[in-house]
Design a protein around this ligand. Structure first.
Ligand SMILES: [Zn+2]
Length: 268
């Protein structure tokens, strides 16, 4: 049995410069974009793909991204509007560990955490230009301890003990729930495809492609470990969408977002 329902959990917005969103292209200027998490109601359990950002963390460490997030746009707030609580979630999948994709993990204390093995490794030993991206380590007190003095958001180490399950390669982690390797933005980046009964599969690019405009221009964002791999991953997403007749859902797309159905509405 494939997934029953997919909910998009709105997580508020952030700001970056247009030259970051469209690398070496722009135009420059403030670009406010949405962040969201994906909740999948599957016969094998409740999955969340990415968990958005933690408002207090962004205010403290990256205030120039001007976070706008209400209580309702937090993970507990979004789960509440669909009649769930954080302890109900069985699995968290993180596309990658940038702060705007793992900030809500800390609420999901009963869940097992799935990620690419290379991503966990990269987050533990980031390149100098990745330190702000990998600045929210609340998802792993152990990682926080390992990174030591440079950690920007030290939390009590006993706050949370996540269970990690690391993966490699493309994986069907549950019936109709596919993780596809899309590295470049980060070392171990995964995109997710969800098959549903009554509609085309949903292919969540995560940060392998911020927006439809990035895809149309084949223009990557400036936040990347490897620009050539990023571009190849964008092409891979295009090819996967065609192969599976899947609909692409972009991670930070102010133009497409108003057309997405947000929780409590759902896709089935
Ligand atoms: Zn992101």
């Amino acid at each position: 049995m494939s997934a029953n329902k997919v909910y998009l959990l709105d997580g508020g917005t952030l700001v970056i410069d247009g030259y970051h969103a469209f690398w070496n292209r722009g135009p420059g200027g403030e670009l406010r974009f949405p962040c969201y998490a994906v909740l999948i109601d599957h016969p094998d359990g409740l999955y969340i793909f990415d968990t958005g950002y933690d408002h207090a963390h962004v205010e403290r460490v990256l205030p120039f991204e001007k976070p706008l997030q209400t209580e309702t746009q937090t993970i507990p707030g979004q789960l509440k509007i669909v009649g769930l609580k954080p302890a109900d979630i069985n699995y968290v999948i993180n596309s990658h560990y940038h702060f705007d994709h793992c900030g809500g993990n800390i609420h999901l204390t009963e869940a097992s955490t799935l990620c690419h093995a290379k991503e966990l490794e990269a987050c533990g030993c980031p390149q100098p230009f990745e330190v702000l991206g990998y600045s929210d380590l609340s998802f792993s007190p152990e990682m926080q301890q390992q990174r030591g003095s440079e950690v920007l958001n030290a939390l009590p180490l006993d706050i949370y003990t996540p269970k990690f399950e690391t993966l490699g390669g493309d994986q069907e982690i549950a019936k109709g729930l596919w993780l596809f390797e899309t590295p470049g933005h980060t070392a171990g980046h995964y995109s997710l495809m969800v098959e549903l009964k009554n509609r085309r599969p949903m292919l969540f690019t995560a940060d392998a492609c911020y927006s439809k405009k990035n895809m149309d221009l084949m223009c990557i964002s400036s936040f990347h470990l490897d620009p050539v791999a990023s571009l190849n991953s964008m092409q891979r997403l295009k090819d996967l969408a065609e192969k599976y007749d899947a609909e692409l859902f972009y991670s930070h797309d102010p133009a497409s977002y108003p057309d997405y159905q947000l929780a409590p509405n759902f896709y089935s």
